[in-house]
Design a protein around this ligand. Structure first.
Ligand SMILES: *[C@@H]1O[C@H](CO)[C@@H](O)[C@H](O)[C@H]1NC(C)=O
Ligand SMILES: *[C@@H]1O[C@H](CO)[C@@H](O)[C@H](O)[C@H]1NC(C)=O
Ligand SMILES: *[C@@H]1O[C@H](CO)[C@@H](O)[C@H](O)[C@H]1NC(C)=O
Ligand SMILES: *[C@@H]1O[C@H](CO)[C@@H](O)[C@H](O)[C@H]1NC(C)=O
Ligand SMILES: *[C@@H]1O[C@H](CO)[C@@H](O)[C@H](O)[C@H]1NC(C)=O
Ligand SMILES: *[C@@H]1O[C@H](CO)[C@@H](O)[C@H](O)[C@H]1NC(C)=O
Ligand SMILES: *[C@@H]1O[C@H](CO)[C@@H](O)[C@H](O)[C@H]1NC(C)=O
Ligand SMILES: *[C@@H]1O[C@H](CO)[C@@H](O)[C@H](O)[C@H]1NC(C)=O
Ligand SMILES: *[C@@H]1O[C@H](CO)[C@@H](O)[C@H](O)[C@H]1NC(C)=O
Ligand SMILES: *[C@@H]1O[C@H](CO)[C@@H](O)[C@H](O)[C@H]1NC(C)=O
Length: 265
């Protein structure tokens, strides 16, 4: 009987213990932003989970920078922090680099632990960034590998060029071009190569003349084994109507005809 009682108690305490262990709510810090400060520096910002819910007694953060340029790198550097529940005070880090206007694949990894939790919570988030222009350090690219530009547009259609930079360690996974106003999607018209860029021209037709349209452009690519997505809103204007018989033009035409009739006599 005694034996049975001991076994029962061990079992109950085991159940209580494992139950409480699996309910330690571990949370992770979140990468907020990576911003280009100038042509040689990036600032990484993160936020810790609300202390009301975060039960981690140790959080380790590692920020890795993979620095590369045309035919150079990656050169890898990293910085690590250890935080306890009471000293989660550092929430940003600025790194200076040797290269100017280079590319950076930046990963923030975190490892949240609690002595009573059965396993740590490990997370990793990566983003691609480029430092600002060499000539003007307030010009900073929104989408590192891609430049959006206007193609030849007419009064009822728009051409948008997606220029993908070449000679960099990534692969293109495709893009979508979609108007915000009506959801119309662009079709890939041509793909050319000018040595520096692969230029994909997307066309959207059945539009109104002399109208500003905003397209949501999403580009996907794979770098160092991860798939990344970038989005940009790009505004472009259709040209004025070339139709001679639109109201304004026909009025001018009538005046001309009248003038012609007068000058004949
Ligand atoms: C870029 O910004 C960093 C951080 O503020 C600063 O240390 C560095 O001197 C700046 N570099 C240039 C070229 O302005
Ligand atoms: C943390 O959560 C508590 C409870 O929901 C809330 O009152 C508090 O404002 C939150 N703090 C922050 C910094 O969001
Ligand atoms: C830097 O990290 C990248 C991505 O993990 C890897 O491909 C590369 O070999 C590393 N470079 C060095 C010098 O360790
Ligand atoms: C927080 O405290 C721990 C333990 O005292 C220490 O090792 C760590 O360096 C501190 N972290 C920061 C960011 O001050
Ligand atoms: C997370 O931290 C724990 C405790 O220090 C360690 O045992 C584990 O290996 C770490 N995991 C990773 C992926 O760094
Ligand atoms: C740099 O670019 C900004 C934004 O386009 C512009 O306002 C500024 O005049 C430029 N500065 C120089 C020195 O060209
Ligand atoms: C790009 O990636 C997003 C999110 O992963 C996906 O929804 C979309 O279909 C992809 N687009 C293309 C053209 O690959
Ligand atoms: C290639 O096209 C891009 C974007 O249209 C342009 O900026 C660049 O000057 C072109 N390069 C060459 C070598 O023609
Ligand atoms: C289109 O947008 C530009 C820039 O905001 C503005 O200057 C222009 O007047 C707009 N044109 C039309 C027809 O709405
Ligand atoms: C583009 O505009 C839409 C609608 O205004 C907005 O919801 C979306 O967040 C914007 N996207 C970007 C990348 O700015």
């Amino acid at each position: 009987m005694d034996n049975w009682w001991t076994s029962f108690c061990i079992l109950v305490s085991y159940v209580i213990l494992s139950h409480s262990q699996t309910h330690i709510p571990l949370t992770q810090p979140t990468l907020t932003s990576i911003t280009a400060v100038n042509s040689t520096a990036l600032t990484v910002t993160w936020v810790f989970a609300n202390a009301t819910y975060d039960q981690s007694d140790l959080i380790r953060i590692t920020i890795q920078f993979y620095e590369f340029y045309y035919n150079y790198g990656p050169v890898n550097t990293s910085i690590s922090y250890t935080f306890t529940a009471t000293n989660k005070t550092i929430t940003s880090f600025t790194q200076n680099f040797d290269l100017v206007n280079a590319f950076y694949y930046v990963c923030l990894s975190s490892n949240s632990t609690n002595v009573n939790a059965p396993s740590p919570l490990v997370k990793r988030t990566c983003l691609l960034k480029q430092t600002c222009s060499r000539a003007n350090s307030s010009i900073c690219s929104q989408i590192p590998f891609v430049i959006i530009s206007n193609g030849a547009s007419s009064s009822n259609s728009l051409n948008i060029n997606i220029n993908w930079l070449k000679q960099l360690p990534y692969t293109q996974n495709g893009a979508t071009v979609q108007l915000i106003s009506n959801g119309a999607t662009g079709t890939l018209l041509t793909s050319t190569d000018n040595g520096t860029y692969v230029i994909q021209t997307y066309q959207i037709s059945s539009l109104q003349s002399n109208t500003n349209y905003t397209a949501n452009i999403i580009v996907n690519y794979t770098i160092f084994g991860s798939i990344l997505t970038d989005a940009i809103n790009y505004t472009i204007l259709t040209s004025r109507s070339s139709n001679l018989f639109s109201t304004g033009d026909s009025f001018i035409l009538m005046i001309c005809l009248v003038f012609l009739v007068f000058s004949i006599y």
